[in-house]
Design a protein around this ligand. Structure first.
Ligand code: ASP
Length: 433
């Protein structure tokens, strides 16, 4: 797929072109209704459909790919010590990096405090302007229906073991599918060698078929990525971005710290890899995550790039990446912590140390449950806010800039999975394929 470097650059060129044209269109149409209508028409009838065809082709393969890749990986290695160690290492890295992200976010928000002294008139206008969106999100917040111990138990059961796995999967809730795939792989792993090999070969064929489809879809990528970015940037509320620049600046700055400080340190220290060439090889992953704002849609690309360009063995890539796209969301956890403190600051609230510890735990847990789709974290984020007594309607303050922040946090989310895969790969015995 992304064998030649020129393909990476074409995607990045599409990204840059789409962003520049979108921003110019935004500036050109600002405050002029007839121009705004022209730009909206181009967005709705040209850019949006092209972008969506690409995005949905990627979504199309996610469920079979996650199932086939994960099940084959577990069946191949079997329920041996190697699988156990790989699983534990993956889980520890996921938890540590996610926890670190929230603590980083909270510390920076304390230090810089972009919500203190926030203009009350702007705050009031935003609360009013986005109240409809907030209402819609509140309906999707799981915490809204949680009452008492039974409610909590049911919430957790729904997350991992819903009565109807297929219904959950149609909502892009992948945790039940992950659990089923792991169990299926383990069950195949204990069968006779001959049967195991046959099923693994069939699962590999399914994965390869999905990758074949992604290969074709990726040919659309340069144009589709330009269209997706155009739709976002041409509608950005640029004046709003200016008003929220302190908050947006802190969050984007922290994304960059994760990408260019935390991940390179992990790569060098735990994976023995030189960070610069590693990150350069990840360009198609970065471009896909940035333009789609979806960990799930980026999964096929990250599996391919890891196996083909980064020398990560299929047993690791097929295990760590589908799991990570579902449960490991460092950027999302960081963003959630930042929003909780920002809203608290704007509303003049002080969160005690104990409340902040609760925020850390809740952000880590909710990041596990977030669906890897655009804006997937917003309903759960409102649940976190409600739990620590921060006014949930305050989410309106950041909704207008969420698209931009979502693009960034998805890049951080996906790169967290890829870096974890490299760290796990470096400890895998050489005989595993
Ligand atoms: N868009 C993010 C992802 O897919 C999820 C979120 O934080 O909204 O990784």
């Amino acid at each position: 797929m992304q064998g030649s470097a020129s393909k990476h650059w074409r995607i990045l060129l599409g990204l840059a072109l789409g962003a520049v044209v979108g921003l110019l269109a935004n500036a050109w149409s600002q405050g002029d209704t007839s121009r705004e209508r022209v730009i909206a028409w181009i967005g709705d009838w040209i850019a949006y459909p092209i972008g969506q065809v690409f995005l949905r082709l990627l979504f199309l393969v996610v469920v079979p790919l996650v199932f086939a890749a994960l099940a084959a990986s577990v069946a191949r290695i079997g329920t041996t010590g190697v699988m156990g160690r790989m699983g534990v290492r993956t889980a520890v890295l996921f938890l540590l990096t996610t926890g670190f992200s929230v603590v980083l976010g909270l510390s920076a928000m304390h230090l810089i405090a972009p919500g203190r002294g926030f203009d009350p008139a702007t705050s009031e206008a935003l609360l009013k302007a986005f109240s409809g969106e907030v209402q819609a999100l509140a309906g999707k917040t799981p915490a809204a229906s949680v009452e008492g111990a039974k409610g909590v138990v049911n919430l957790v059961l729904e997350m991992f073991l819903p009565r109807n796995m297929l219904a959950a999967v149609t909502q892009m809730q992948m945790l039940p599918l992950i659990l089923f795939s792991l169990l299926f792989g383990a069950a195949i792993g204990v069968q006779t060698l001959q049967r195991r090999e046959r099923v693994v070969a069939a699962l590999d064929a399914v994965s390869d078929a999905m990758v074949w489809i992604v290969d074709r879809a990726m040919r659309l990528a340069p144009v589709a990525v330009a269209c997706l970015i155009f739709v976002s940037t041409s509608r950005f509320g640029l004046p709003l971005l200016g008003k929220l620049s302190a908050f947006v600046g802190v969050v984007i700055g922290l994304y960059l710290v994760q990408l260019f400080v935390l991940y390179p340190v992990l790569l060098a220290a735990l994976a023995g890899r030189a960070p610069a060439p590693f990150l350069r090889n990840c360009l198609p992953i970065l471009a896909t995550a940035f333009s789609t704002s979806s960990s799930n849609a980026t999964l096929p690309t990250s599996i391919e790039v890891c196996e083909r360009n980064l020398g990560i063995r299929p047993a690791v890539a097929s295990f760590v990446l589908p799991l990570g796209a579902t449960v490991n969301m460092n950027g999302t956890a960081l963003f959630e912590g930042c929003v909780v403190l920002f809203v608290a600051q704007v509303f003049g609230m002080e969160l005690s140390l104990a409340q902040q510890a609760v925020v850390v735990v809740l952000c880590v847990i909710s990041a596990i449950g977030v669906a890897g789709v655009p804006g997937g974290s917003l309903p759960l984020l409102m649940g976190v806010m409600a739990q620590v007594g921060v006014p949930v309607e305050g989410i309106a303050l950041v909704l207008g800039v969420d698209r931009l922040l979502d693009m960034g946090r998805t890049v951080v989310n996906v790169m967290g999975d890829v870096v974890t895969a490299a760290c796990v790969e470096s400890r895998l015995p050489p005989d595993v394929t």
